[in-house]
Design a protein around this ligand. Structure first.
Ligand code: ATP
Ligand code: MG
Length: 138
């Protein structure tokens, strides 16, 4: 079933000049880009986006990292996009990620792990609307 998901190319990827390679990787895996832009998140935006993790010990560091430089949120479409993106991304910790996955190729650490992916179709819809108006999905 064709589905939408949200990815964010994270600050470490932008800093390391991996943005283009990650977009090419996603396109080669059959994702169609519906919307995308570069944005430097404010602290309030990063706190809101990752609010689900607010009780976790790594939350403040995660917010600092996600606001440390610009990121690229992209709304993506593909068959089984949510599950498929999680496979293509690899495990949260790049050292546990399967060879050839984006986190294995480009991630630096469990925190600086190159890319975000929505974890359910429900959260994908919420996260896409966090960054894009419906009229911007083309
Ligand atoms: P994401 O939500 O970014 O796609 P994920 O679903 O694989 O990643 P989550 O458990 O949702 O992982 O964690 C969100 C983000 O918080 C991770 O991608 C990573 O940047 C950071 N993070 C997760 N666990 C840790 C940890 N133990 N220490 C430091 N940072 C962490
Ligand atoms: Mg997550």
């Amino acid at each position: 079933m064709t589905q939408q998901t949200l990815t964010i190319i994270k600050p470490d990827s932008v800093e390391n000049h991996n943005t283009g390679k990650i977009i090419a990787h996603l396109e080669n895996e059959g994702f169609r880009i519906l919307a995308g832009r570069m944005v430097h998140l404010t602290e309030a935006q990063a706190r809101a986006f990752y609010a689900v993790h607010k009780e976790r010990p790594f939350y403040n560091d995660l917010v600092a990292y996600m606001t440390s430089g610009p990121v690229w949120p992209l709304a993506l479409e593909r068959k089984d996009a949510v599950t498929y993106l999680r496979q293509v991304m690899g495990a949260t910790n790049p050292s546990d990620a399967d060879a050839g996955t984006i986190r294995s190729l480009y991630g630096e650490s469990i925190e600086r792990n190159s890319i975000h992916g929505s974890d359910s179709p429900e959260n994908a819809a919420i996260e896409i609307s966090f960054f894009f108006a419906a009229s911007e999905l083309v």
